[in-house]
Ligand binder design. Structure first.
Ligand code: FE
Length: 211
């Protein structure tokens, strides 16, 4: 069980295709597209850099922290996430129609894309590997409580309703996690540091800082 205390990587190693194969396939595809003139090395490098450096879950964490400290912003976020994120300058590709769903003591939300790997890039960056695995995509809609417990070590009490949201190329969901107890005196910046990618997908809760 001690394993569970690490960052959750649920289906690690279970996916039947070895990484070298995937890397070779991506490389072959890229060189073909470059040869045909659809892509350039430069462009690939720029996109990779952008999603490594400038865009990632730290942007979603800012949105969550703002919603925790500003009820009016939270109201706008739940009404129209794309517009509310744009207020903070967070917008772009694959985020044209984002929906933010709120976790409460009664409801736990979790996000999946059953078809492929649709994901709100502007707030979360690129999806983690496991988000694309068939096991995650198929099982999360059938037995979410079991997946949350077995793969992520997150036990949701029976009294709490679990809602699973299936993202698509049109609508992409992310979760507004519950603000943990014991964070009353914290600033928005400090709060943002507590918010993880997993919490915004709904496979983890935000933990209060250790004292
Ligand atoms: Fe998809």
């Amino acid at each position: 069980m001690a394993e569970r205390e690490k960052v959750p990587l649920p289906v690690e190693g279970q996916y039947p295709v070895p990484e070298e194969y995937l890397a070779a396939r991506a490389k072959a595809l890229a060189s073909l597209l470059i040869e045909k003139g659809f892509l350039s090395e430069d462009l690939i490098e720029r996109v990779v850099q952008t999603y490594e450096r400038d865009i990632g879950p730290f942007l979603g964490a800012r949105v969550v922290a703002r919603a925790w400290v500003d009820p009016e912003f939270k109201r706008r976020l739940l009404e129209d996430a794309t517009a509310a994120c744009a207020e903070l300058g967070i917008k772009g590709m694959q985020g044209e129609d984002m929906v933010c769903v709120e976790n409460t003591p009664q409801v736990h939300n979790v996000v999946v894309c059953t078809l492929c790997s649709c994901y709100p890039w502007p707030v979360l960056g690129l999806p983690p590997e496991w988000y694309k695995y068939p096991q995650y995509r198929s099982r999360m809609v059938i037995e979410p409580r079991k997946v949350l417990k077995e793969d992520f070590g997150l036990e949701v009490p029976e009294s709490v309703e679990v809602r699973v949201w299936d993202s698509s190329s049109e609508v992409r969901y992310f979760v507004l996690p519950e603000r943990p107890e014991g964070t009353e005196g914290m600033s928005e910046e400090e709060l943002a540091k507590l918010v993880t990618r997993e919490a915004m997908i709904g496979v983890a809760k935000v933990q209060a800082p250790r004292r």
